[in-house]
Design a protein around this ligand. Structure first.
Ligand SMILES: *Cc1c(COP(=O)(O)O)cnc(C)c1O
Length: 216
């Protein structure tokens, strides 16, 4: 087994254990391999090991790195997980399959104009941090109405909890908001905290370093 295949197998096992601990079906958790900053070779090793969903956070990087990988592996799916400028919405619509970072009205307008119909997550500023993207919790109900009215394919909510503190209360809060607003998908959990995210209901985890880096 290649190193990439071994790391992928370990990660899938860890996700399955966390799901079972919470009496959830492991099949209900999608794994996105976050490949920002990683080489085409490193990505290809994971594709060969069976991984199909990849996350990136910069339109330019994807435009440069992915066309050739896509040609060779037409069944991969690309997820936009970074903040998206409205003037890049049209380009993003042509490059990505799923967007996890719809976080403001101007971007919503730009996505509608770009005739974007892919699954879309609304990003919530779950820790109320000035420097982070995401809709403020207080504005979420109104924003979700706008998203639904615009005919966007609303897949769920996404959040990045504050760093350096225990993430689980934020995961629990995002899950509560999703239930309250009748949204099914929960994009939450990264290398350091995906286990608790899965136990608290994540349907999609976004894992980068644990998949791409040697651990020992
Ligand atoms: C980089 C990134 C991840 C992955 O982080 P790791 O700690 O490397 O697993 C997940 N989500 C978002 C939004 C990111 O930018």
């Amino acid at each position: 087994m290649s190193d990439a295949a071994a790391r992928l197998a370990d990660l899938r096992n860890a996700i399955a254990r966390a799901a079972k601990a919470a009496s959830r079906d492991p099949e209900g958790v999608q794994l996105i391999a976050v490949s920002k900053g990683r080489s085409a070779e490193a990505i290809e090793a994971l594709i060969e090991a069976g991984q199909r969903d990849f996350g990136e956070n910069r339109v330019q990087e994807v435009a440069a790195k992915w066309p050739e990988l896509r040609r060779r592996h037409p069944d991969v799916r690309l997820h936009m997980i970074g903040s998206l400028q409205s003037n890049k919405a049209e380009e993003a619509a042509g490059l990505f399959d799923v967007i996890h970072s719809l976080d403001r009205a101007s971007l919503l307008q730009a996505m509608v104009k770009a005739e974007w119909h892919g699954p879309t997550y609304v990003q919530v500023n779950i820790g109320d941090e000035a420097q982070k993207g995401g809709i403020a919790i207080a504005e979420l109900p109104t924003f979700l109405d706008k998203v639904r009215d615009a005919g966007i394919n609303l897949a769920g909510l996404m959040a990045i909890p504050p760093s350096e503190v225990e993430a689980s209360p934020y995961f629990a809060l995002l899950a509560k908001l999703a239930r309250r607003h009748d949204v099914t998908g929960l994009s939450m959990g990264m290398s350091s905290d995906f286990t608790s995210a899965v136990m608290l209901g994540a349907t999609t985890v976004r894992v980068g370093s644990a998949l791409f880096e040697e651990t020992g």
